[in-house]
Design a protein around this ligand. Structure first.
Ligand SMILES: O=C(O)CCC(=O)C(=O)O
Ligand SMILES: [Fe+2]
Length: 264
């Protein structure tokens, strides 16, 4: 079986719980980024199942190391993806979360955005709202929001992968030019209950450290974020009483267990 070392430590896992994303800038090799310049928009399956895509992106030690840390040893590796390709200028999408966003405290699904080409502000970067993955809402209820304090435009260098908690609020930002802007989106899933699957600083489990308020969060909601964060931390450390369906129930759910992959 391909061996993937976990790359996150206790502190980084707590940061992920709080923020709902991790950015890996310039993680994918420049030559492979160039190979992605002609990939068509829309659903992708054959391309993401090639050894090249697996080696350079899905099983890259830096990318898969985060999946290993947050989803455990034999996670599902994506076998399909969606290429969000924009060329013409547009006004931008509305705030939303995708698909059947999960309930519960466990982390069972990581949704990733891979940018083969650098994204500047005028290219219509993806925008995310850090911390919003805790707020499960009706999609239509947030669509009318404009700018939100603390929102982040993912202006990134080529080869960047953002790894997000599935429920995070996001949208494609306004695009001012006619240049190609691509983002290949794919998901990893958990297959087994967690047991503090990352690189441990020590065998003693540290208590959850709440990193404080996000810019748009008031006192009471911040208290809720702290409690939700603690519950997720305990769940990831294997202390939860609550079992979740694994892999999680999704509208789409395609992946191959890491243990079944052979690279030539
Ligand atoms: O392309 C992007 O930046 C985001 C696209 C997106 O979130 C969607 O279409 O669901
Ligand atoms: Fe989306």
């Amino acid at each position: 079986m391909i061996h993937i070392e976990p790359t996150l430590n206790d502190t980084q896992v707590m940061q992920f719980i709080h923020n709902g994303y991790i950015m890996l800038e310039r993680i994918v090799d420049a030559d492979f980024n160039c190979d992605c310049q002609s990939v068509p928009g829309g659903h992708l399956s054959d391309f993401v199942c090639t050894d090249e895509f697996r080696r350079n992106v899905l099983l890259h030690p830096g990318v898969a190391g985060v999946a290993r840390s947050l989803l455990g040893e034999d996670f599902l590796v994506p076998t399909s993806a969606h290429h969000h390709l924009f060329e013409a200028a547009h006004l931008g999408q509305t705030w939303h979360s995708d698909g059947l966003t999960e309930r519960g405290y466990g982390i069972t699904h990581l949704q990733c955005y891979y940018y083969p080409k650098a994204v500047k502000i005028e290219d219509g970067p993806t925008m995310i709202l850090p911390g919003s993955h805790h707020r499960l809402v009706d999609r239509e209820a947030i669509a009318h929001y404009g700018d939100i304090l603390g929102q982040l435009s993912l202006t990134v260098p080529a080869g960047t992968v953002a790894m997000t908690r599935y429920g995070i609020w996001h949208k494609a930002g306004p695009k001012l030019n006619a240049d190609r802007r691509g983002m290949i989106k794919f998901s990893y899933f958990r297959t087994a209950m967690p047991q503090r699957d990352w690189a441990r600083d020590s065998d003693e489990m540290p208590p959850y450290q709440h990193a404080g308020r996000h810019a748009y969060v008031t006192e009471v909601e911040s208290y809720r974020d702290r409690r939700r964060g603690e519950l997720t931390w305990r769940w990831l450390c294997g202390l939860a009483e609550v079992e979740e369906p694994l892999p999680p129930v999704q509208m789409f759910n395609s992946g191959i267990p890491l243990s079944e992959i052979l690279l030539r």
